[in-house]
Structure formats: C-alpha cells, structure tokens
Design a protein around this ligand. Structure first.
Ligand code: ATP
Ligand code: MG
Length: 382
C-alpha cells in the first residue's frame, strides 16, 4: 500500500476501563466507512494506522466521530540512517525547496532505543539542515513540526488534518430524534451523534394535508445525516387525524402546544418500542412562541424520558453555519409545508401556564389521540 495514515483519537484515551469498548467501536465504524476502499487497519500500542492506496479516505476519516486528527505518516526501521533518510524524504515531499522554519519533536515510546528523544530530535534536525539549505530551525513557533514516534518501528509525520472529534457513533444508547424539515433538527441530530448517541429519526407528517415532497425532503435530510453515521431508518407518524380533533375541540391558542405534547407522547412511545433512552430535538430557547421556557416546560411535562436539546443556547446564525457545513442547509430551506404550519393559529400563548394547557387537553381524549396516531407508525430505510 502506498500511504500510511496515523489516526489520533482524543477523549477516548481518557476512558479508563471503557477504553477497549470505545476503541472497538471506532475501529468497526472506520471499517464500515471505508468499505469502498482497499485498506488495512492496524491497532498497536494505543494507536490506529490505516494503510491505503487512495488519499480520498482522508475526508471520510475527518468526518468520523471520535477521531481528532489524521496524519499522513512515513514508516522507518529503527536504523538511525533509515530514520534520517525518511525524515528527509518526508520534509522534501511536503516542503520541497521553499524557505521554511521547522522543528523536530520526538517521542520515544520504545525505551530500549539507545538514543533518547532529545538526541534524536537534535541529530535528525542537524541532518535536515545540512541536506536542505532552505530550512531554518525555530523551536518556538515553527511553520512545520516533524514528529517522530519511536516504537517497535518508527513513524514520522509533518501534516495533520483536523477531524470531527466527539465520541465514536454507537458508544451511547439510542435517542429519538424529532426530525422536522427545518434547519435546526438535523443539526441537533449531528450534535447528538457526535457524542456517540444512536439516532432514531422520527418525522410527523399530516398526509394528505402535507405533500409527498415535504416527506421526501425529510428523507433527504436523513440520508445526509447518515453520511456521518451509516444507514438510518426513518420513522414516521401521521398526525392528520389527531389534528382534526385538536382543531375541533380545543382553543386555537393552545393548538401548537397541544400538538407538541402529542408529538412528545408519541416519541416516548416509539422510544419504548426501540428501547431508546431519550428524545432529542432542535428546540432553541425563545426562537418561536412554543420555545419559551414555559413552552418547553409544557412539552417536558408529558415526557417520561429526558429531552435533549443540544441547540438550546445557540444563535440562529450559528445553527445555519453548522447546517451549511454538514450539507443539510440547502435541503432544509426548500419551501415545503410542514405539519405544524398547515393549520397555524392566528394567535398563540407565549407564556402558557401548565394548568391551562392541561385543562385545555381535558376537552380531548389525549390517550385515544396517541393510540390512533401510533397506528400510523412506519419505519423505512431511506
Ligand atoms: P427546525 O428547524 O428543526 O424545524 P424550528 O425552528 O422550525 O426547528 P419548530 O418547528 O418549533 O422549530 O420545532 C422545534 C423542534 O420540534 C424541531 O427542531 C424538531 O425537533 C421538533 N419538530 C417540529 N416539527 C416536527 C415534525 N413535523 N416532525 C418531527 N419533529 C418535529
Ligand atoms: Mg420546524
């Protein structure tokens, strides 16, 4: 194989006894994400390496949760002449004959090696200076830092590609991701998945009042999310019939909140079915009337499970930046109808009192609405 990539993972190394579990999951995830490439994956002494023939794997690895840095590296034997020669070849490949500052940093993991790390750095640095007159040493803020790791073999690298960080997908339990067609919820899903949480996306529609295009848009958002974490199954529930009752029997000012509480109950139901431990939403404090502290409390009140809202404190602009970066923005802004917006009431209560909502719901048989809507639950690969 032509290339060697050293994969660095950050927080995982802090996990003590769980470390093995995290590493195993990371390795499995990498294997499945690189399945279209020829590669070998090695795990040695707390380090992962990929050997491959195609540098196209780098952007994929950069998007793999749990990895913090990808470093194209060069391997050498323990023979010191070989180390020097490889250091030279690597510097030549990356820097060429441009005038640059550099320094050499060595980590000697193999304590039997006769030279210590300071000696190695100094001697390799001196050798490079002799062979490459375009280089100057700068130990404080060098433009390039050649890292040499002395193990049972020697690895050295000069280039570093930043990766997504977080925890390997699948190292935490499942969460029901309430996925609308909007900008926020896909970003919320990304944030949760980045902490290792397994996502079960759930979309509420109101067919035939909402269109097939609107549903297709949510499928596309799900596909785009799955780029980071592998195949996802999209759950959907039809709220159309329940909405008719809510409209008929309750004060329209409470319509949005009652519907939110219905969604929350149904999401809890799905969580039970799929053995998920939480719900996740794209809610964001004060963004709209239903997302005031009182509004959030009212939805929370009917949830058995914790509701995670990773975007709670974000500014809309920050969410948009993330949505663009993760490639969902242009889909999210497609102007299709949404089940929450088709029957928008003229006025809403922004600071609803929980008792008032509960009173309003007494006009309805909420259990029956849950049961009726639950019957429309579908699960599909997107
Ligand atoms: P988004 O951009 O995610 O749609 P939003 O700013 O439009 O968010 P709301 O429409 O009030 O906000 O929805 C808040 C959250 O409630 C969403 O982020 C999502 O998690 C959930 N939600 C809203 N509508 C639906 C739906 N039709 N299906 C599933 N979840 C929904
Ligand atoms: Mg929305």
């Amino acid at each position: 194989m032509n290339y060697l990539l050293l994969l660095k993972y950050g927080e995982i190394s802090l996990k003590g006894k769980n470390r093995r579990h995290f590493e195993n999951r990371l390795v499995e995830n990498i294997r499945s994400r690189l399945r279209d490439f020829e590669f070998l994956l090695h795990r040695r002494q707390g380090r992962l390496y990929v050997e491959c023939n195609d540098l196209q794997v780098i952007p994929i690895l950069q998007e793999t949760f749990g990895l913090v840095e990808i470093c194209p590296a060069r391997k050498s034997t323990l023979d010191f002449d070989d180390i020097k020669e490889n250091a030279y070849l690597e510097m030549l490949r990356v820097i060429g004959d441009e005038e640059r500052t550099f320094k050499v940093d060595t980590r000697r993991i193999n304590k039997e090696y006769p030279l210590d790390s300071m000696q190695i750095s100094r001697m390799v640095g001196g050798y490079l200076l002799r062979r490459m007159p375009n280089l100057r040493v700068d130990v404080h803020s060098p433009k390039y830092r050649l890292e040499i790791e002395v193990r049972d073999e020697v690895f050295m690298y000069l280039e570093r590609y930043r990766a997504a960080g977080g925890m390997p997908y699948g190292t935490s339990s499942g969460s029901i991701l309430l996925l609308s067609g909007g900008i926020d919820s896909p970003v919320a899903g990304y944030q949760m998945a980045r902490r290792g949480v397994i996502l079960h996306p759930l979309h509420f529609h109101a067919h035939p009042f909402t269109s097939e295009e609107a549903f297709e848009k949510v499928r596309e958002l799900t596909r785009r999310l799955s780029r980071y974490i592998g195949p996802l199954r999209l759950n959907s529930i039809n709220l159309a019939e329940a909405q008719q009752y809510i409209r008929r029997d309750s004060d329209e000012r409470y319509f949005t909140l009652i519907q939110r509480r219905l969604m929350t109950r149904l999401a809890n139901r799905l969580a039970r079915q799929l053995k998920a431990q939480s719900l996740s939403t794209g809610e964001n404090l004060a963004q709209v009337a239903s997302q005031t502290m009182e509004g959030l409390r009212a939805t929370h009140a009917v949830s058995e499970l914790p509701i995670f809202r990773p975007l709670i404190s974000f500014d809309k602009e920050d969410i948009v930046v993330r949505a663009k970066k993760m490639n969902t923005y242009e889909v999210s802004i497609l102007p299709f109808d949404d089940c929450c917006t088709i029957f928008l009431p003229k006025t809403v209560v922004t600071k609803p009192r929980l008792e008032d909502i509960e009173n309003e719901e007494r006009h309805l048989d909420m259990d029956a609405l849950v049961e009726m809507s639950w019957q429309t639950w579908k699960r599909e690969y997107v």
